[in-house]
Structure formats: structure tokens, C-alpha cells
Design a protein around this ligand. Structure first.
Ligand code: DOR
Length: 426
């Protein structure tokens, strides 16, 4: 099966070069022909669908090692494939943290057995503690191209400067979870009207914006690339837009929850709406959407953050932050953003592939000789999110019961159909 021949028939191919009606023939993991009326030993129906490069998630928590009750590389990769992803970047806030070559190797080995191309982000600092640089070079030697202390931002500006200089020399990118811990301390939701009404301590927008401001300054000082993770405020969007206009080497991602949900959801006191950075105001949601439309954001990233039910079903102030994302991200973008599908796919596939250094394997044009990492999207299909039917080991989606338009029909990883007709094949 892995080395079989397939024709994706009847679809419209959409990639960075444009859109055209064409069948796609795949053999031995590679696209061998793109054209009209192709025959093959096995046909996968793409009638009425868009055939696109597989999606790339810059921000996935797979919880392995250490929190396998919430997710494993295997279950997270399956959720990714069902969501149309052929590559994900696993975050290093595992237990232990991914801060040495040994842990990188462990996650990559589990990834190699899974139904998605699992890449790894290494930690910037030892144990993500923010005091001492992690051995980035030994991780980079194993192919790690992104480093972050995600879940935390690097608080010490001097250490961040040194990390940027080191990253620049290694040719890797630093990704920052922007949060000034002193200012955010004690907060559980966005600070504003709803935190006052609900009596829940807040996290001001400035906790994020101060670090965005600082790291733009450090990008200017060092000339090193900085990738801003899960930006959530109008102020952050404006600052990154201005930095890009000045030609600074910055990129940024936004999550589906920050373009679809506001702090008003917290009125339910349901911890499923607790996330970091927190859900913000309607004006922030509008700014994030505008940033996606205008090119301030390079990527939609899921921040897929599974948590076991017994952990998440705690009082709001005690529950861990985080939401599932892999199986709903593309559908939310197609349903909620008023953008042409080419732009949605740019944000979900070829632009994040570039940020992660995966060009050549993921997100590239669908043409003869290209690796067959593909997804087929039924753009007209409607479906309702049912938490118990998700492939993730956890259930903490904030979208239960929501009707979405657009669904992944097939996903091919290196030519292997890992999802067929919306069903995972292994
Ligand atoms: O909500 C979040 N959950 N934000 C983070 O930065 C970390 C993540 C997690 O690991 O659960």
C-alpha cells in the first residue's frame, strides 16, 4: 500500500502557483503526473474537492514524553492527518523538556512510526527555565530548525539576545511565546470587562505586547530571525506589521481560537475556554483577522494543546490552559475567515512550511517529481464538531456542537493514503 499507485481524480489542484482542474497520479511516494483524465490502479475520489499540498502546523503539543494520558505522538499525528496536516512541529514543553539531542531523537523516532511527518522544536533554555542556553547545536544537527521555550517566554533580554546570535549562526529560527511573566502573574483570563464582571484575575494585553516590542528590538539589534507565536492582541498585530514594513526578519502566527472566540466565552466558567495567551476582545479578534488577510501573519498555527479530562475539569483558576486544534483548524479558517481558499492554504501550508524550513518536502507546488504530501478538501461538506469522535486522546475542544463547512477527505503522507474518506487508515 505504501508504495502503491493512486490517482486523485476529479479535483481542482490549488498550490502556490495557482489553481487548475487536474488529476494527480502518485507512485512510490512521489507525484508522477498532473493532468486530465489520468488512469491508475486505485482511484481516490476528489470530485468537487480541492487537492492541495499537505498542511503544516508550526505549533503542536504532542505531550510525549511525560503526559501520554493527554496525547501521544501516535494519537496526535493521527489527529493531524485527519485535519489535513502532513507535517507538525512538536513543542518542547514535555516532561522532560525537549532540550537535548536524546529527547529530540526519542520524539523523532516515535514520529517516524506515525501517520504525519513529526518535526521537533527544541527548547531555547535548559528545562525551559530561562536561565541557561540549551545545547541548540546538538539538536540542530538532528535537523531541528526551530527553538522555543513555548508555554513560557524567555524573560531575560540579555539571554534572548545571546540565543538570537547563536540561532543566527546555526541558521535556525527562534520562536517566542510572548508573555512578560511578572505582568501576567496571577491572571487566568484576559484583563478587561469580562474579568471584572466574573471576578477572575486578568492578564493585560501589555503582558504580550511588551515582549513583542522587546523582541522586535532584539531582531533589529541582532539581525536574527524571530517568529512570534500565537499573537492575540491588536497591539501585537500592529507592531509586527510595522516591523515587517521596516524589513525586519520577523514572522508571526495566529491560532484559530484567537480569530473565532472572545473573553465573553469565559462567562460560562468552563475551563475549556482557558488558554494562554487568553481569549481577548472582539476588537482583538477583528485585528487578528485583518492581520491574516493583510499578510501580517505568515501562518495559522493550531497551538493544539491536549489536556486530560481530570486535569481540565478543575475550577477555572486551577485548570491548565490549552485547547485542541488539529482537527478543526482548517475547517474554522474556511468557515470563519472571509478569504479565498488560496490564501487560507498559503497560511496553513506553504507559508508555515517556509517558516519551519520544510520547503522541498511540504507545501511545495503539486508537480511531477514532488513528494506526495497532499490533502484533499471537500470545501462544501458540512459537519458538526463532536468531541467524542475526535482522534486526539483528549476532549478539550471549545467548538463542541459547532457546525463547520469544509472537511478533509483524504490525506497522503509520502504517497501513503493515511486518511481516506475522512477515516484514519492506521
Ligand atoms: O494554552 C496554552 N497551552 N498555551 C501555552 O502556551 C501552552 C499550552 C500547553 O502546553 O498546554
Amino acid at each position: 500500500m505504501v508504495n502503491g499507485e493512486f490517482v486523485l481524480r476529479g479535483g481542482e489542484v490549488v498550490d502556490a502557483t495557482g489553481r487548475r482542474r487536474a488529476d494527480v497520479k502518485v507512485r512510490n511516494g512521489v507525484v508522477v503526473e498532473v493532468g486530465e483524465d489520468l488512469d491508475g490502479r486505485r482511484v481516490l475520489d476528489a470530485d468537487g474537492c480541492v487537492v492541495a499540498p499537505g498542511l503544516v502546523d508550526l505549533h503542536t503539543h504532542l505531550r510525549e514524553p511525560g503526559r501520554e494520558e493527554a496525547e501521544t505522538v501516535e494519537t496526535g499525528a493521527r489527529a493531524a492527518a485527519l485535519g489535513g496536516y502532513t507535517a507538525v512541529v512538536a513543542m518542547p514543553n514535555t516532561e522532560p523538556a525537549i532540550d537535548t539531542a536524546g529527547v529530540v531523537r526519542q520524539v523523532l523516532e516515535a514520529g517516524a512510526r506515525s501517520c504525519c511527518d513529526v518535526r521537533v522544536a527544541g527548547a531555547i533554555t535548559v528545562d525551559r527555565a530561562g536561565t541557561q542556553l540549551a545545547p541548540m547545536a546538538e539538536m540542530a544537527e538532528l535537523g531541528v530548525r526551530m527553538f522555543t521555550d513555548d508555554g513560557r517566554g524567555v524573560q531575560d533580554a540579555r539571554l534572548m539576545r545571546r540565543a538570537l546570535e547563536y540561532a543566527s549562526a546555526l541558521g535556525v529560527v527562534l520562536a517566542q511565546h510572548c508573555e512578560d511573566e511578572a505582568l501576567a502573574s496571577g491572571g487566568h483570563m484576559h484583563e478587561g470587562e469580562w474579568s471584572s464582571r466574573l471576578g477572575i484575575p486578568g492578564i493585560p494585553s501589555e503582558a504580550e505586547e511588551l515582549m513583542v516590542m522587546r523582541d522586535i528590538a532584539l531582531a533589529r539589534l541582532t539581525g536574527a530571525r524571530v517568529h512570534f507565536q500565537h499573537l492575540s492582541t491588536a497591539g501585537s498585530v500592529a507592531m509586527v506589521g510595522a516591523a515587517k514594513a521596516q524589513g525586519l526578519p520577523v514572522t508571526a502566527e495566529a491560532t484559530p481560537h484567537h480569530f473565532t472566540l472572545t473573553a465573553a466565552e469565559v462567562a460560562s466558567y468552563d475551563p475549556v475556554f482557558k488558554v494562554n495567551p487568553p481569549l481577548r476582545t472582539a476588537a482583538d479578534v477583528a485585528a487578528v483577522r485583518e492581520g491574516l488577510a493583510s499578510g501580517v501573519f505568515d501562518a495559522i498555527a493550531t497551538d493544539h494543546a491536549p489536556h486530560a479530562q481530570e486535569d481540565k475539569e478543575a475550577p477555572f483558576d486551577q485548570a491548565p490552559p490549552g485547547m485542541l486544534g488539529l482537527e478543526t483548524a482548517l475547517s474554522l479558517a474556511l468557515t470563519e475567515l472571509d478569504l479565498p481558499i488560496e490564501q487560507v492554504l498559503a497560511l496553513c501550508s506553504w507559508q508555515p512550511a517556509r517558516v519551519a524550513g520544510l520547503t522541498g518536502q511540504h507545501g511545495g507546488p503539486i508537480a511531477e517529481g514532488a513528494p506526495a504530501n497532499l490533502c484533499v478538501i471537500d470545501t462544501a461538506a458540512t459537519w458538526v464538531v463532536e468531541p467524542e469522535r475526535l482522534a486526539s486522546r483528549s476532549r478539550n475542544t471549545p467548538y463542541a456542537g459547532r457546525k463547520l463547512t469544509g472537511k478533509v477527505r483524504h490525506t497522503l503522507l509520502r504517497g501513503e493514503p493515511v486518511v481516506v474518506d475522512g477515516e484514519a487508515q492506521r
